[in-house]
Write a protein that binds this ligand. Sequence first.
Ligand code: AMP
Length: 191
Amino acid sequence: MRLVLLGPPGAGKGTQAAIIAEAHDIPHVATGDIFRANVQQETALGTEAKAYMDRGELVPDDVVIGMVQDRLTEDDAADGFLLDGFPRTVPQAEAFEVWLQERDWPLDAVIRFVAPEEELIARLESRREIEGRSDDDSEVIRKRLVEYRSKTEPLEDFYEERGLLRDVEAVGEIEEVGRRTLDMLASLERA
Ligand code: AMP
């Protein structure tokens, strides 16, 4: 399946992505993880991305789009993929749509994880303590949520209009949310 995960920071996308990718045997492509790996390896891409990431801002569209297209042309993505953290803006989604059409690679679903704002902030604060991510401090967390609301939320309408949006309640135990997501995907496959 070709899937996109949507949902604000802290909604549990990364955790759920791992569950879905394993169950469907597709690569989990997380743009944030790719950026963090590049920052760690001090590549040119990493240096460019780091300044934006540390401020809680989005990396420019052209940088991200090129990076994702390169990743998805690797062999393991030929039969499907799960995108986590991309697209994040309408221009990214538009460019991606054209690129997918050129390949005759329609998306199967865009999964939106839904959780209340207080829950998101609480999860991000606790992740900071566990993982020590430099963009999980309170100011940056707030900035990332604002970025999400202003730039990424419009994608919900974009994919709703295309009949692709599927909501999953992201509250509860990890396994329970995972089960809900896999059940939803199974019902799509049966349809
Ligand atoms: P994430 O791990 O998905 O929360 O991403 C961490 C950071 O990487 C974000 O706050 C952005 O700075 C950057 N990033 C990840 N994906 C994208 C994207 N699709 N567009 C722009 N910036 C991104």
